[in-house]
Design a binder for this molecule. Sequence first.
Ligand SMILES: Cc1cc2nc3c(=O)[nH]c(=O)nc-3n(C[C@H](O)[C@H](O)[C@H](O)COP(=O)(O)OP(=O)(O)OC[C@H]3O[C@@H](n4cnc5c(N)ncnc54)[C@H](O)[C@@H]3O)c2cc1C
Length: 394
Amino acid sequence: MQADEFGLSGEQLLLRETAARLARDVYAPQALEWDRDRSFLPAAERQRLAETGFLGMCLPAEYGGGGAPLLDGLIVIEELAKASQVAAFPVFEANTGPARVIELFGSPQQKQRFLPPIVRGEVTLAVSISEPEAGSAATDLTLTARRDAAEFVITGTKRWCSGAGHAEQYLVYARIDGEPGSRGIGALVVPADAAGLTFGPQERLMGFHGIASADMYFDEVRVPADNLIVQGFKQLFTAFSIERLGNTTMSLAIGQACLDRTAAYVQQRTQFGRPIVEFQSVQMALADMVLQVEAARLLLYRAASGAGHGAPTSLEASIAKCFANEMAKKVSDTAMGLHGGYGYSEEYGLERYHRDAHGWALGGGTPSIQRVRIVSEYLGRSFSQRAPARQRPA
Ligand SMILES: Cc1cc2nc3c(=O)[nH]c(=O)nc-3n(C[C@H](O)[C@H](O)[C@H](O)COP(=O)(O)OP(=O)(O)OC[C@H]3O[C@@H](n4cnc5c(N)ncnc54)[C@H](O)[C@@H]3O)c2cc1C
Protein backbone atom coordinates (compact mmCIF):
# COMPACT_ATOMS: atom_id res chain seq x y z
CA MET A 1 0.00 0.00 0.00
CA GLN A 2 1.25 3.49 -0.75
CA ALA A 3 0.79 5.98 2.05
CA ASP A 4 -0.44 8.94 0.03
CA GLU A 5 -1.54 9.91 -3.43
CA PHE A 6 0.90 12.87 -3.49
CA GLY A 7 -1.63 15.09 -5.20
CA LEU A 8 -1.69 12.96 -8.35
CA SER A 9 -4.43 13.96 -10.80
CA GLY A 10 -7.35 11.68 -11.62
CA GLU A 11 -5.69 10.92 -14.97
CA GLN A 12 -2.44 9.98 -13.28
CA LEU A 13 -4.23 7.69 -10.84
CA LEU A 14 -5.98 6.02 -13.77
CA LEU A 15 -2.66 5.66 -15.59
CA ARG A 16 -1.17 4.05 -12.49
CA GLU A 17 -4.08 1.64 -12.26
CA THR A 18 -3.77 0.69 -15.96
CA ALA A 19 -0.04 0.02 -15.61
CA ALA A 20 -0.55 -1.87 -12.34
CA ARG A 21 -3.18 -4.11 -13.92
CA LEU A 22 -0.95 -4.94 -16.89
CA ALA A 23 1.94 -5.63 -14.52
CA ARG A 24 -0.15 -7.85 -12.27
CA ASP A 25 -1.89 -9.82 -15.03
CA VAL A 26 0.90 -10.18 -17.59
CA TYR A 27 4.37 -9.48 -16.18
CA ALA A 28 4.27 -10.62 -12.55
CA PRO A 29 3.52 -14.25 -13.57
CA GLN A 30 6.57 -14.21 -15.93
CA ALA A 31 9.05 -12.38 -13.73
CA LEU A 32 10.62 -15.36 -11.95
CA GLU A 33 11.07 -17.32 -15.17
CA TRP A 34 12.56 -14.38 -17.10
CA ASP A 35 15.02 -13.82 -14.26
CA ARG A 36 15.96 -17.50 -13.94
CA ASP A 37 16.40 -18.01 -17.70
CA ARG A 38 17.93 -14.58 -18.32
CA SER A 39 15.26 -14.17 -21.05
CA PHE A 40 14.95 -10.94 -23.00
CA LEU A 41 11.49 -9.37 -23.22
CA PRO A 42 9.58 -11.15 -26.02
CA ALA A 43 9.01 -8.97 -29.10
CA ALA A 44 5.24 -9.34 -28.70
CA GLU A 45 5.46 -7.78 -25.23
CA ARG A 46 7.42 -4.81 -26.53
CA GLN A 47 4.70 -4.42 -29.13
CA ARG A 48 2.06 -4.54 -26.43
CA LEU A 49 3.86 -1.77 -24.51
CA ALA A 50 3.92 0.32 -27.71
CA GLU A 51 0.23 -0.27 -28.39
CA THR A 52 -0.64 0.67 -24.81
CA GLY A 53 1.10 3.99 -25.51
CA PHE A 54 3.72 3.48 -22.82
CA LEU A 55 6.84 3.55 -25.01
CA GLY A 56 6.54 7.13 -26.18
CA MET A 57 4.34 8.66 -23.55
CA CYS A 58 6.84 11.42 -22.60
CA LEU A 59 8.00 12.04 -26.19
CA PRO A 60 6.39 14.87 -28.21
CA ALA A 61 3.03 14.19 -29.87
CA GLU A 62 4.31 15.40 -33.26
CA TYR A 63 6.65 12.37 -33.32
CA GLY A 64 3.94 9.92 -32.27
CA GLY A 65 4.46 10.26 -28.52
CA GLY A 66 1.99 11.10 -25.78
CA GLY A 67 3.48 14.49 -24.84
CA ALA A 68 3.06 13.67 -21.14
CA PRO A 69 5.11 15.17 -18.30
CA LEU A 70 8.03 13.16 -16.91
CA LEU A 71 6.12 12.18 -13.76
CA ASP A 72 3.54 10.27 -15.84
CA GLY A 73 6.29 8.16 -17.39
CA LEU A 74 7.80 7.48 -13.97
CA ILE A 75 4.42 6.38 -12.58
CA VAL A 76 4.18 3.74 -15.32
CA ILE A 77 7.82 2.64 -14.96
CA GLU A 78 7.32 2.11 -11.22
CA GLU A 79 4.22 -0.05 -11.62
CA LEU A 80 5.81 -2.24 -14.29
CA ALA A 81 9.12 -2.53 -12.43
CA LYS A 82 7.43 -3.62 -9.21
CA ALA A 83 6.45 -6.75 -11.15
CA SER A 84 9.36 -7.14 -13.60
CA GLN A 85 12.17 -4.81 -14.51
CA VAL A 86 12.58 -6.70 -17.79
CA ALA A 87 9.13 -5.38 -18.79
CA ALA A 88 9.81 -1.91 -17.40
CA PHE A 89 13.17 -1.52 -19.13
CA PRO A 90 11.98 -0.49 -22.65
CA VAL A 91 9.61 2.05 -21.07
CA PHE A 92 12.51 3.38 -19.00
CA GLU A 93 14.72 3.60 -22.12
CA ALA A 94 12.12 5.31 -24.31
CA ASN A 95 10.87 7.85 -21.75
CA THR A 96 13.92 8.65 -19.65
CA GLY A 97 16.85 7.24 -21.66
CA PRO A 98 18.73 8.15 -24.83
CA ALA A 99 15.56 8.98 -26.81
CA ARG A 100 15.32 12.09 -24.61
CA VAL A 101 18.74 13.24 -25.85
CA ILE A 102 17.34 13.19 -29.39
CA GLU A 103 14.18 14.95 -28.25
CA LEU A 104 16.09 17.69 -26.42
CA PHE A 105 18.96 18.29 -28.84
CA GLY A 106 18.18 16.68 -32.20
CA SER A 107 17.14 18.67 -35.27
CA PRO A 108 13.49 18.33 -36.40
CA GLN A 109 14.72 16.00 -39.17
CA GLN A 110 16.63 13.81 -36.70
CA LYS A 111 13.61 13.62 -34.39
CA GLN A 112 11.41 12.66 -37.34
CA ARG A 113 13.89 9.97 -38.35
CA PHE A 114 14.66 8.41 -34.98
CA LEU A 115 11.75 8.95 -32.57
CA PRO A 116 8.64 7.46 -34.29
CA PRO A 117 10.17 3.95 -34.66
CA ILE A 118 10.96 3.99 -30.91
CA VAL A 119 7.40 5.00 -30.05
CA ARG A 120 6.03 2.25 -32.33
CA GLY A 121 8.21 -0.36 -30.59
CA GLU A 122 10.11 -1.21 -33.78
CA VAL A 123 13.44 0.03 -32.45
CA THR A 124 15.06 0.11 -29.04
CA LEU A 125 17.74 2.75 -28.53
CA ALA A 126 20.35 1.87 -25.88
CA VAL A 127 22.97 4.25 -24.46
CA SER A 128 26.65 3.46 -24.67
CA ILE A 129 28.93 5.72 -22.66
CA SER A 130 31.20 3.57 -20.45
CA GLU A 131 34.48 2.09 -21.60
CA PRO A 132 37.00 -0.28 -20.01
CA GLU A 133 39.08 2.71 -18.79
CA ALA A 134 36.27 5.28 -18.46
CA GLY A 135 33.55 4.48 -15.90
CA SER A 136 33.03 7.10 -13.20
CA ALA A 137 35.43 9.27 -15.15
CA ALA A 138 33.11 9.20 -18.18
CA THR A 139 34.75 12.25 -19.75
CA ASP A 140 37.96 10.22 -20.12
CA LEU A 141 36.32 8.18 -22.87
CA THR A 142 38.55 7.51 -25.87
CA LEU A 143 36.26 5.98 -28.51
CA THR A 144 36.71 8.30 -31.48
CA ALA A 145 34.41 9.49 -34.25
CA ARG A 146 36.50 10.97 -37.06
CA ARG A 147 34.77 13.10 -39.69
CA ASP A 148 35.36 11.83 -43.23
CA ALA A 149 33.38 13.83 -45.82
CA ALA A 150 29.68 13.08 -45.21
CA GLU A 151 30.35 10.37 -42.62
CA PHE A 152 31.82 9.73 -39.18
CA VAL A 153 34.21 6.80 -38.79
CA ILE A 154 34.04 5.30 -35.29
CA THR A 155 36.80 3.29 -33.61
CA GLY A 156 37.09 2.03 -30.05
CA THR A 157 35.50 -0.19 -27.39
CA LYS A 158 32.44 0.27 -25.17
CA ARG A 159 31.48 -1.69 -22.03
CA TRP A 160 28.44 -2.28 -19.79
CA CYS A 161 25.88 -0.88 -22.24
CA SER A 162 22.47 -2.16 -21.10
CA GLY A 163 20.88 -3.59 -24.23
CA ALA A 164 24.18 -4.29 -26.03
CA GLY A 165 23.81 -7.16 -28.47
CA HIS A 166 20.01 -6.95 -28.34
CA ALA A 167 18.96 -3.35 -29.10
CA GLU A 168 18.53 -2.28 -32.72
CA GLN A 169 20.25 1.10 -32.24
CA TYR A 170 22.78 2.73 -29.90
CA LEU A 171 23.38 6.29 -28.84
CA VAL A 172 27.16 6.15 -28.65
CA TYR A 173 29.18 8.76 -26.78
CA ALA A 174 32.34 9.48 -28.73
CA ARG A 175 35.27 11.85 -28.87
CA ILE A 176 34.56 13.88 -32.00
CA ASP A 177 37.60 14.34 -34.25
CA GLY A 178 39.88 13.63 -31.30
CA GLU A 179 38.97 16.91 -29.53
CA PRO A 180 40.06 16.60 -25.88
CA GLY A 181 38.00 17.31 -22.76
CA SER A 182 34.27 17.29 -22.15
CA ARG A 183 33.57 19.66 -25.05
CA GLY A 184 34.92 17.05 -27.47
CA ILE A 185 32.28 14.48 -26.49
CA GLY A 186 29.31 13.99 -28.76
CA ALA A 187 26.53 11.43 -29.16
CA LEU A 188 25.88 9.58 -32.43
CA VAL A 189 23.20 7.08 -33.38
CA VAL A 190 24.70 3.79 -34.59
CA PRO A 191 22.54 0.93 -35.91
CA ALA A 192 23.33 -2.54 -34.53
CA ASP A 193 23.96 -3.90 -38.03
CA ALA A 194 26.52 -1.24 -39.02
CA ALA A 195 29.53 -2.82 -40.76
CA GLY A 196 32.48 -3.09 -38.36
CA LEU A 197 30.38 -3.18 -35.16
CA THR A 198 30.65 -6.47 -33.25
CA PHE A 199 29.62 -7.57 -29.77
CA GLY A 200 31.39 -9.66 -27.14
CA PRO A 201 29.67 -12.49 -25.28
CA GLN A 202 26.75 -11.59 -23.04
CA GLU A 203 27.86 -10.62 -19.51
CA ARG A 204 26.67 -12.78 -16.64
CA LEU A 205 25.76 -10.06 -14.19
CA MET A 206 24.62 -10.65 -10.59
CA GLY A 207 21.25 -9.06 -11.45
CA PHE A 208 19.72 -7.38 -14.49
CA HIS A 209 18.89 -10.83 -15.87
CA GLY A 210 16.95 -10.42 -19.11
CA ILE A 211 18.62 -7.09 -19.87
CA ALA A 212 21.43 -7.55 -22.37
CA SER A 213 24.98 -6.34 -21.68
CA ALA A 214 28.11 -6.94 -23.72
CA ASP A 215 31.29 -5.26 -24.90
CA MET A 216 30.92 -3.38 -28.18
CA TYR A 217 33.82 -3.26 -30.64
CA PHE A 218 33.88 -0.50 -33.25
CA ASP A 219 36.31 -1.11 -36.08
CA GLU A 220 36.06 1.79 -38.54
CA VAL A 221 32.26 1.87 -38.27
CA ARG A 222 30.82 4.42 -40.71
CA VAL A 223 27.60 6.36 -40.04
CA PRO A 224 26.16 9.40 -41.85
CA ALA A 225 27.42 12.70 -40.40
CA ASP A 226 23.78 13.54 -39.70
CA ASN A 227 23.71 10.80 -37.04
CA LEU A 228 25.59 13.17 -34.70
CA ILE A 229 22.85 14.42 -32.39
CA VAL A 230 24.79 16.82 -30.21
CA GLN A 231 28.33 17.68 -29.17
CA GLY A 232 29.17 18.85 -25.64
CA PHE A 233 29.05 16.87 -22.43
CA LYS A 234 27.19 19.67 -20.64
CA GLN A 235 24.10 19.20 -22.83
CA LEU A 236 24.41 15.42 -22.66
CA PHE A 237 24.61 15.61 -18.89
CA THR A 238 21.41 17.70 -18.76
CA ALA A 239 19.54 14.95 -20.61
CA PHE A 240 21.19 12.35 -18.41
CA SER A 241 19.47 13.90 -15.37
CA ILE A 242 16.22 12.56 -16.83
CA GLU A 243 17.74 9.07 -17.02
CA ARG A 244 18.87 9.38 -13.41
CA LEU A 245 15.22 9.86 -12.40
CA GLY A 246 14.28 6.77 -14.43
CA ASN A 247 16.97 4.91 -12.51
CA THR A 248 15.63 6.36 -9.23
CA THR A 249 12.19 5.04 -10.16
CA MET A 250 13.52 1.54 -10.77
CA SER A 251 15.05 1.64 -7.27
CA LEU A 252 11.83 3.00 -5.77
CA ALA A 253 9.88 0.16 -7.40
CA ILE A 254 12.21 -2.35 -5.74
CA GLY A 255 11.78 -0.70 -2.34
CA GLN A 256 8.00 -0.42 -2.64
CA ALA A 257 7.58 -4.02 -3.85
CA CYS A 258 9.75 -5.33 -1.01
CA LEU A 259 7.84 -3.23 1.52
CA ASP A 260 4.43 -4.37 0.20
CA ARG A 261 5.40 -8.03 0.34
CA THR A 262 7.00 -7.73 3.76
CA ALA A 263 4.07 -5.82 5.27
CA ALA A 264 1.79 -8.69 4.24
CA TYR A 265 4.21 -11.45 5.25
CA VAL A 266 4.95 -10.31 8.80
CA GLN A 267 1.23 -10.19 9.58
CA GLN A 268 0.62 -13.64 8.21
CA ARG A 269 3.72 -15.54 9.43
CA THR A 270 3.44 -16.84 12.99
CA GLN A 271 6.23 -17.99 15.33
CA PHE A 272 6.00 -18.66 19.05
CA GLY A 273 2.24 -18.67 18.50
CA ARG A 274 2.03 -15.03 17.37
CA PRO A 275 2.23 -13.16 14.05
CA ILE A 276 5.86 -12.00 13.85
CA VAL A 277 4.71 -8.36 13.40
CA GLU A 278 3.91 -8.41 17.12
CA PHE A 279 7.63 -8.61 17.94
CA GLN A 280 8.90 -5.10 18.51
CA SER A 281 12.14 -5.59 16.59
CA VAL A 282 10.10 -6.63 13.55
CA GLN A 283 8.00 -3.46 13.91
CA MET A 284 11.14 -1.32 14.08
CA ALA A 285 12.57 -2.95 10.96
CA LEU A 286 9.30 -2.50 9.09
CA ALA A 287 9.07 1.14 10.21
CA ASP A 288 12.57 1.76 8.83
CA MET A 289 11.47 0.30 5.50
CA VAL A 290 8.44 2.63 5.42
CA LEU A 291 10.61 5.65 6.29
CA GLN A 292 13.12 4.86 3.57
CA VAL A 293 10.59 4.18 0.82
CA GLU A 294 8.45 7.21 1.61
CA ALA A 295 11.47 9.52 1.68
CA ALA A 296 12.72 8.16 -1.65
CA ARG A 297 9.29 8.74 -3.20
CA LEU A 298 9.16 12.34 -1.97
CA LEU A 299 12.60 13.09 -3.37
CA LEU A 300 11.70 11.53 -6.71
CA TYR A 301 8.36 13.31 -6.98
CA ARG A 302 9.93 16.65 -6.05
CA ALA A 303 12.55 16.31 -8.78
CA ALA A 304 10.05 15.04 -11.37
CA SER A 305 7.46 17.73 -10.59
CA GLY A 306 10.12 20.39 -11.05
CA ALA A 307 11.14 18.83 -14.37
CA GLY A 308 7.67 19.15 -15.91
CA HIS A 309 8.10 18.03 -19.53
CA GLY A 310 11.88 18.55 -19.47
CA ALA A 311 14.88 17.72 -17.30
CA PRO A 312 15.11 17.98 -13.49
CA THR A 313 17.83 20.02 -11.82
CA SER A 314 21.08 18.14 -11.49
CA LEU A 315 21.06 18.60 -7.69
CA GLU A 316 17.55 17.16 -7.24
CA ALA A 317 18.28 14.28 -9.63
CA SER A 318 21.49 13.31 -7.81
CA ILE A 319 19.89 13.55 -4.36
CA ALA A 320 16.95 11.39 -5.47
CA LYS A 321 19.13 8.79 -7.23
CA CYS A 322 21.69 8.50 -4.44
CA PHE A 323 19.03 8.10 -1.76
CA ALA A 324 16.82 5.69 -3.74
CA ASN A 325 19.75 3.49 -4.84
CA GLU A 326 20.90 3.04 -1.25
CA MET A 327 17.32 2.67 -0.02
CA ALA A 328 16.64 -0.18 -2.48
CA LYS A 329 19.73 -2.10 -1.37
CA LYS A 330 18.86 -1.69 2.34
CA VAL A 331 15.11 -2.26 2.07
CA SER A 332 15.47 -5.38 -0.09
CA ASP A 333 18.05 -6.69 2.39
CA THR A 334 15.70 -6.09 5.34
CA ALA A 335 12.83 -7.70 3.41
CA MET A 336 14.92 -10.82 2.88
CA GLY A 337 15.77 -10.91 6.58
CA LEU A 338 12.16 -10.56 7.69
CA HIS A 339 11.19 -13.44 5.40
CA GLY A 340 13.68 -15.72 7.18
CA GLY A 341 14.70 -18.71 5.05
CA TYR A 342 12.01 -17.86 2.48
CA GLY A 343 13.79 -14.57 1.77
CA TYR A 344 16.80 -16.60 0.68
CA SER A 345 14.74 -18.68 -1.74
CA GLU A 346 14.60 -17.76 -5.43
CA GLU A 347 10.94 -18.71 -5.43
CA TYR A 348 9.99 -15.75 -3.23
CA GLY A 349 11.70 -13.30 -5.61
CA LEU A 350 13.16 -11.04 -2.90
CA GLU A 351 16.74 -11.96 -3.68
CA ARG A 352 16.03 -10.93 -7.29
CA TYR A 353 15.07 -7.43 -6.12
CA HIS A 354 18.22 -7.29 -4.00
CA ARG A 355 20.46 -8.33 -6.91
CA ASP A 356 18.82 -5.76 -9.19
CA ALA A 357 19.08 -3.03 -6.53
CA HIS A 358 22.88 -3.30 -6.66
CA GLY A 359 22.80 -2.88 -10.45
CA TRP A 360 20.77 0.35 -10.35
CA ALA A 361 23.26 1.82 -7.89
CA LEU A 362 26.04 1.28 -10.47
CA GLY A 363 24.29 2.29 -13.69
CA GLY A 364 24.11 6.05 -14.22
CA GLY A 365 26.92 6.77 -11.73
CA THR A 366 27.62 5.30 -8.30
CA PRO A 367 26.31 6.84 -5.04
CA SER A 368 29.83 8.17 -4.38
CA ILE A 369 29.79 10.00 -7.69
CA GLN A 370 26.27 11.32 -6.94
CA ARG A 371 27.63 12.63 -3.62
CA VAL A 372 30.43 14.42 -5.45
CA ARG A 373 27.79 16.06 -7.66
CA ILE A 374 25.54 16.91 -4.70
CA VAL A 375 28.29 18.79 -2.87
CA SER A 376 29.39 20.50 -6.04
CA GLU A 377 25.85 21.66 -6.94
CA TYR A 378 24.93 22.49 -3.34
CA LEU A 379 27.97 24.70 -2.81
CA GLY A 380 28.07 25.99 -6.38
CA ARG A 381 31.72 24.94 -6.66
CA SER A 382 33.38 22.34 -8.81
CA PHE A 383 35.89 19.93 -7.31
CA SER A 384 38.30 18.38 -9.76
CA GLN A 385 38.57 14.64 -9.16
CA ARG A 386 41.76 14.44 -11.18
CA ALA A 387 45.20 13.84 -9.75
CA PRO A 388 47.36 16.97 -9.83
CA ALA A 389 50.02 16.87 -12.55
CA ARG A 390 53.15 15.14 -11.24
CA GLN A 391 56.19 17.35 -10.67
CA ARG A 392 59.10 16.29 -12.83
CA PRO A 393 62.29 15.67 -10.83
CA ALA A 394 64.76 18.52 -11.35
C1 LIG B 1 23.85 -3.04 -14.24
C2 LIG B 1 24.64 -1.99 -14.93
C3 LIG B 1 24.08 -1.29 -15.99
C4 LIG B 1 24.84 -0.34 -16.67
N1 LIG B 1 24.30 0.27 -17.78
C5 LIG B 1 25.09 1.10 -18.53
C6 LIG B 1 24.61 1.61 -19.76
O1 LIG B 1 23.48 1.34 -20.20
N2 LIG B 1 25.44 2.40 -20.50
C7 LIG B 1 26.69 2.72 -20.07
O2 LIG B 1 27.38 3.44 -20.77
N3 LIG B 1 27.18 2.24 -18.89
C8 LIG B 1 26.40 1.44 -18.12
N4 LIG B 1 26.88 0.93 -16.94
C9 LIG B 1 28.22 1.31 -16.46
C10 LIG B 1 28.17 2.21 -15.22
O3 LIG B 1 27.79 3.50 -15.56
C11 LIG B 1 29.57 2.15 -14.56
O4 LIG B 1 29.77 0.82 -14.10
C12 LIG B 1 29.69 3.12 -13.39
O5 LIG B 1 29.66 4.46 -13.86
C13 LIG B 1 30.98 2.90 -12.60
O6 LIG B 1 32.09 2.79 -13.45
P1 LIG B 1 33.13 1.58 -13.27
O7 LIG B 1 32.34 0.32 -13.25
O8 LIG B 1 34.18 1.72 -14.28
O9 LIG B 1 33.72 1.77 -11.80
P2 LIG B 1 34.88 2.80 -11.37
O10 LIG B 1 34.63 4.15 -11.97
O11 LIG B 1 36.19 2.15 -11.60
O12 LIG B 1 34.60 2.92 -9.81
C14 LIG B 1 35.04 1.95 -8.86
C15 LIG B 1 34.78 2.50 -7.46
O13 LIG B 1 35.52 3.72 -7.27
C16 LIG B 1 34.64 4.74 -6.85
N5 LIG B 1 35.10 6.04 -7.39
C17 LIG B 1 35.54 6.29 -8.64
N6 LIG B 1 35.84 7.59 -8.76
C18 LIG B 1 35.54 8.19 -7.58
C19 LIG B 1 35.61 9.53 -7.06
N7 LIG B 1 36.03 10.54 -7.81
N8 LIG B 1 35.22 9.75 -5.79
C20 LIG B 1 34.78 8.72 -5.00
N9 LIG B 1 34.69 7.43 -5.43
C21 LIG B 1 35.06 7.17 -6.69
C22 LIG B 1 33.28 4.37 -7.41
O14 LIG B 1 32.24 5.01 -6.67
C23 LIG B 1 33.31 2.86 -7.22
O15 LIG B 1 32.94 2.54 -5.91
C24 LIG B 1 26.16 -0.04 -16.25
C25 LIG B 1 26.71 -0.73 -15.18
C26 LIG B 1 25.98 -1.72 -14.53
C27 LIG B 1 26.62 -2.51 -13.43
